[in-house]
Design a protein around this ligand. Structure first.
Ligand SMILES: NC(=O)c1ccc[n+]([C@@H]2O[C@H](COP(=O)([O-])OP(=O)(O)OC[C@H]3O[C@@H](n4cnc5c(N)ncnc54)[C@H](O)[C@@H]3O)[C@@H](O)[C@H]2O)c1
Length: 336
């Protein structure tokens, strides 16, 4: 049984708390938020009897010595908080992104290595049933080699999303916009199958909330891989609705498209297959996907069985590196 704490008791923490409350392997014993009231509210709603509520991570670590801390704070705090937990002998399950710069990522890598403890990252879309179905289809090999991919994320984040948070929409605290916060999941799934690009070209814009948001609300990227394979990604938070992200892989003998919980296969000889993978519910907003429960449960299964967790830091490094390269490329034009 693991004693677990959560730091950052805002939107996503509710999802972590509701999963942890149900798991047999965890006791949700402590909550911390700089707005103490939020920690207290979450403790009352999801905590074990007598669960502590604190105003800082440090106080929670000192008073409760949890085995694991879930980091659900703004992006810029992920690395310092994870490093503090690891230093104090506490494993970490952290929300994406793992960092906001390559320098921060290197600090995190060192902290993990020095501690010898587990660190898991919440890229829960890897656990969506549709993603697993896509993996199964591609592993089967009937589509032949993957030649390329296209991906679209077109979502709506309005003024209140930024003004109510105090950290979103800023370079120093969020580290970017549509890419680092929303499209990172989709980029991660594309790279899962295409690997490391040899060339990255990108541009970005802030079309919609220029006076409120410093960062990009729209980004497009062109990625080239060995063997003349190519991927294009378009992501925006300036749309008016939140349709499922779309990922399509073009292969030698057909294509496969993933959209939410649906997967379509189209062979070029005319044969088509379609899968509706319903049955898993999203615990939070529908666009967060359905994978949180499986993603968190697997982390604890791996901890208990002392196995390597699939969403560890090394598994997200390529996605993170490509994401920072996209920003670097796009910033050339942005600064003009
Ligand atoms: N995996 C997903 O699908 C998904 C979905 C939503 C959010 N997220 C991630 O979760 C994280 C939090 O996002 P959110 O939407 O819940 O944000 P939020 O603003 O709703 O919550 C963040 C909380 O952290 C608290 N906080 C800020 N500074 C703190 C400090 N120094 N010490 C303690 N608490 C502090 C805030 O008071 C707030 O309650 C982000 O990294 C975001 O990218 C992931």
């Amino acid at each position: 049984m693991k004693r677990v704490g959560i730091v950052g008791c805002g939107g996503i923490a509710q999802v972590h708390a509701s999963v942890l409350k149900q798991l047999e392997r965890t006791k949700l014993c402590a909550f911390a938020d700089c707005e103490g009231r939020k920690a207290k509210e979450l403790a009352d709603m999801y905590g074990e009897e007598g669960a502590g509520a604190y105003e800082s991570l440090e106080e929670m670590l000192t008073k409760e010595s949890p085995d694991v801390v879930h980091i659900c704070t703004p992006h810029y705090l992920h690395v310092p908080m994870a490093a503090e937990c690891l230093k104090r002998g506490c494993s970490v399950f952290m929300e994406k992104p793992p960092a906001i710069s390559m320098e921060q990522l290197a600090l995190l890598e060192r902290a993990v290595e020095e501690s010898g403890l587990a660190l898991g990252i919440c890229l829960q879309n890897r656990y969506n049933r549709s993603t697993l179905k896509l993996d199964e289809i591609l592993q089967k090999g009937s589509l032949g080699k993957i030649l390329g991919a296209r991906a679209f994320v077109t979502w709506n984040r309005g003024e209140a999303y930024y003004t109510e948070s105090g950290w979103r929409g800023t370079w120093d605290k969020e580290g970017g916009g549509a890419l680092i916060n929303q499209a990172i999941h989709t980029l991660d799934i594309v790279l899962r199958w295409l690997g490391e690009p040899i060339k990255v070209k990108a541009s970005m814009h802030n079309h919609h909330l220029k006076d409120i948001v410093q960062v990009e609300d729209t980004v497009e990227a062109f990625l080239e891989f060995e063997g003349n394979r190519r991927a294009v990604l378009f992501a925006t938070t300036a749309y008016t609705a939140d349709p499922d992200a779309l990922i399509e892989l073009a292969c030698e003998r057909g294509s496969v498209r993933l959209e939410g919980e649906r997967v379509w296969l189209r062979y070029y000889d005319g044969v088509e297959e379609e899968y509706h993978l319903s049955g898993q519910e999203s615990l939070g907003k529908s666009y967060w996907g359905t994978g949180h429960e499986a993603c968190i449960a697997d982390f604890y299964r791996c901890l208990e069985e002392k196995r390597r967790y699939g969403n560890d830091l090394s598994s997200v490094k390529n996605t993170f590196k490509v994401m920072t390269t996209i920003y670097k490329e796009a910033l050339r034009e942005w600064n003009r």
